[in-house]
Design a protein around this ligand. Sequence first.
Ligand code: PLP
Length: 389
Amino acid sequence: MLPVPRFERSGQLARILEEAGRILSNGYVEWPPRGNREVVEEALRMLGCRIPDRAGAFPLEELGFFSGISPSPLRVFESTEELLYRNWPTPLVKLRSLSGEGVSAWAKLEFYNPFSMSVKDRIGWSMVTEYLARNPGANVVLYEATSTNTGMALAAMAAVKNLKVKLYLPATIQKASDILLTVMGAEVYRKPKALTVEFIEEVDEEARKAGGAHLNQFENDANFRVHLQYTAKELDLQARSVPLDLKGIVGGLGTSGHMSAIALYFKSRYSGRVRIYGVQPAPGTAIPGIRRIETGMKWVHYVDFDTVVDVSPDEAVEHAIRVARSEGLLIGLSSGAVTAAFEKLRREKLLEKGDYVLVYPDHGFKYVEQFAEYLSRKTVIGEQQQYRT
Ligand code: PLP
């Protein structure tokens, strides 16, 4: 287990997130605020709350804190865009095969999102809708560096909003991605680099030269905000409905958007009682969708994680296979990594009794190539059961 590096926190975003944390832990806002009014207003917007229009003390619920979460009970939707946000919350399911001896594992299944079948639909939606709110009627080409999922989400949003999209993939990503993204209407390019973050500036430059829009999931606060306003809040409502004795949340780090928002939310609202575990690939290895903290990510700098756990690609695949064979869920490799990290924490007796949420970012169907490579290496090839491990 690795200590989490401490970062210098300064600037306007640090002030806003600190204030958002304070508001979350109080559970109410006094109006007019005693502190810097502009910062408090921004913090309320970041949390998806209305700005009070009179003096008083307002519980967050009175400011519309949970009003964005409005699932369609019979699952009938007026558009595919509505299918996305009115289908939230994504399911939370107990994994019986990973639970026992007082520790229970609950998986939040982000592959129940319709476009990329991943957590990235949330940011594709928020980045595009926020962009169009700032640039109404824009007829623009979207540019993005992606390891597939954000690309699928943006291609879908581009289809829905009548826009075009150019996507740039690192060389290390499975070949199927080019085909999936092309079918979804994107123009796809490969960059001869291992990680998306290694060519963000090139994509920025190409977008600038062509007069396109680089939404940039790595820097765009619409990424963090959608997870704060939806992913974290819905998980809170789900956990309270059981109710869970929530002791920790385990999740992978890519842009750090979803786990940083979850960290800010649960650490503030539950006074540090919920531990936050980040998951990254072991040094010198690659797991699609996640990367090491030191490769640079924005929002981890502003929130507190308890521990970061290293996982190897083989451990990620092995745990994805284990979950498929014990729970019937075909999960993706970063979900396998999250499961492997949870098992490591448990094995090292670092988990107190209670409930733990494992955030599963996507489904296993995109990773046939990695599964095939693993199985061909580890398999005793029999006459008929070629892929029996
Ligand atoms: N897992 C998968 C499969 C992903 O595609 C991503 C992001 O691309 C992540 C995990 C990490 O999510 P985040 O960017 O919110 O840190």
